[in-house]
Design a binder for this molecule. Structure first.
Ligand SMILES: Cc1ncc(COP(=O)(O)O)c(C=O)c1O
Length: 415
């Protein structure tokens, strides 16, 4: 008998009803979509709102004196304002639009890192990081000789806090760490991490890719120096994301790309740069992406961020319990506080084979290393199967997953 957790979905939160807002479910009847951590589906308000923007208000921003360009610019600026509000940053100028979290992490490594770090300085990341918070630091290591230090995880799969504390030595100048782990869904104690690092004069960057769609985030309360995210995981379009950085820090950072929009004056001899955030937004930006992100933020706010957190927490716990109760199924990193993501392995079935069979049952999951190869190596796993949730995910999706995993086990003769 499976142990079925009591699912305490917050009152008034109706994932099945919400599906009417997501056309993908109408176009793909029976779809069990459990890959929201890779990218979320898009609500009608974003899809239709984007088309309407192109129909009614579109022109290039910051350049035209004509009304249409002014309207487009207003909407672009309003999007930045919405991101500021969503993160509770102090100033709109602390929000830089980028392509996504990957670009934001590269921007900070390239601009802040190359300016303020010296050979021998250390950047602390964790064993749980996505490749996008590993490779940019390796580039910097190879360019200027910084050292990359990896904070270990404990038996629960969460960050080993005593070990982390010991790593915060004098040469550490930055901790760059995920807020929620994309393989295990673990929520890291980021407030403590920031406090411990700041006590030693160390700056902190948080990768909010998996956290921001699921948890209320207040960057002033967290007091982090940088916070990065991707819009496409937040019910918004692909190609847009954000970098939050404290104004005093952003003002000291040099541009990383040159071109239109990021300048104050240009002669052939010399260029002066615009203040942040324009300094970091060279060229025509992803205008419609920012508008779509604004619409997505409005959608999330209309549902309520506490309600989303409660919904995803309950569903994640339900999925973890149902999967853990299956013979031959192991949860990766069980035990710590988690949200939105459950990775698991099934004895005798390779994750790719499992995902293929699940797909035949209309269950969409991700199988592989989830862009976290060092974590997989540490766990001694070539890959896992990952189910992840969004506002439209429901208990019945988990039940469909469990049933399809049972079928796969029968096909492979594992039960
Ligand atoms: C924790 C984490 N960081 C960074 C990224 C990279 O995001 P993107 O590919 O949108 O830049 C992801 C994407 O899966 C992620 O889950």
């Amino acid at each position: 008998m499976n142990v079925v957790a009591k699912l305490e979905i917050p009152a008034g939160f109706d994932p099945l009803g919400l599906r009417a807002e997501f056309p993908v479910f109408e176009r793909n009847p029976g779809l069990v979509f459990l890959d929201t951590a890779a990218s979320s589906q898009k609500p009608r308000v974003v899809i239709d709102g984007l088309a309407e923007f192109y129909r009614s208000d579109y022109a290039n921003v910051h350049r035209g004196v004509y009304g249409l360009s002014a309207r487009s610019t207003d909407r672009y600026d309003k999007a930045r304002h919405s991101v500021r509000r969503f993160l509770n940053a102090a100033h709109d100028s602390e929000i830089v639009f980028v392509r996504g979290a990957t670009e934001a992490l590269n921007l900070v490594a390239y601009s802040w890192g190359a300016t303020f770090l010296r050979a021998g300085d250390q950047v602390v990341i964790s064993q749980l990081e996505h490749h996008s918070n590993i490779v940019p630091w390796q580039f910097l290591r190879d360019r200027i000789g910084i050292e990359l230090v990896v904070a270990p995880i404990d038996d629960t799969g969460g960050l080993d806090m005593p070990a982390f504390a010991k790593l915060l030595a004098e040469r550490v100048k930055l901790v760059s760490i995920t807020h929620v782990a994309n393989v295990t869904g673990h929520i890291l104690p980021v407030r403590s991490i920031v406090r411990m690092a700041h006590a030693r004069g160390i700056k902190v960057m948080l990768d909010g890719c998996q956290a921001l769609p699921r948890l209320p985030v207040d960057v002033q309360d967290l007091d982090c120096d940088f916070y990065v995210f991707s819009g496409h995981k937040l019910y918004g379009p692909t190609g847009i994301g954000g970098l939050y950085a404290k104004r005093a820090i952003l003002e000291t950072m040099p541009p990383w790309q040159g071109g239109g929009d990021m300048i104050e004056t240009v002669t052939f001899e010399r260029t002066t740069y615009a203040p942040p955030p324009q300094r970091f937004e060279a060229g025509t930006p992803d205008i419609s992406g920012a508008i779509g992100l604004d619409l997505a933020i409005g959608f999330i706010e209309s549902l309520g961020r506490d309600a989303i957190r409660d919904h995803e927490t309950a569903l994640t716990e339900y999925a973890a319990q149902r999967l853990a109760a299956m013979p031959g199924v192991g949860i990766v990193g069980a035990g710590a506080e988690r949200i939105g993501v459950v990775s698991f392995v099934v004895d005798g079935v390779h994750p790719h084979d499992l995902a293929t069979i699940l797909d035949q049952h209309n269950v969409a999951v991700r199988a592989g290393h989830h862009c976290a190869q060092p974590l997989m190596d540490h766990l001694g796993l070539p890959a896992t199967t990952r189910a992840s949730f969004g506002v439209y995910s429901h208990e019945s999706d988990v039940d469909a997953l469990v049933a399809a995993v049972k079928t796969a086990q029968k096909i492979f003769g594992c039960v």
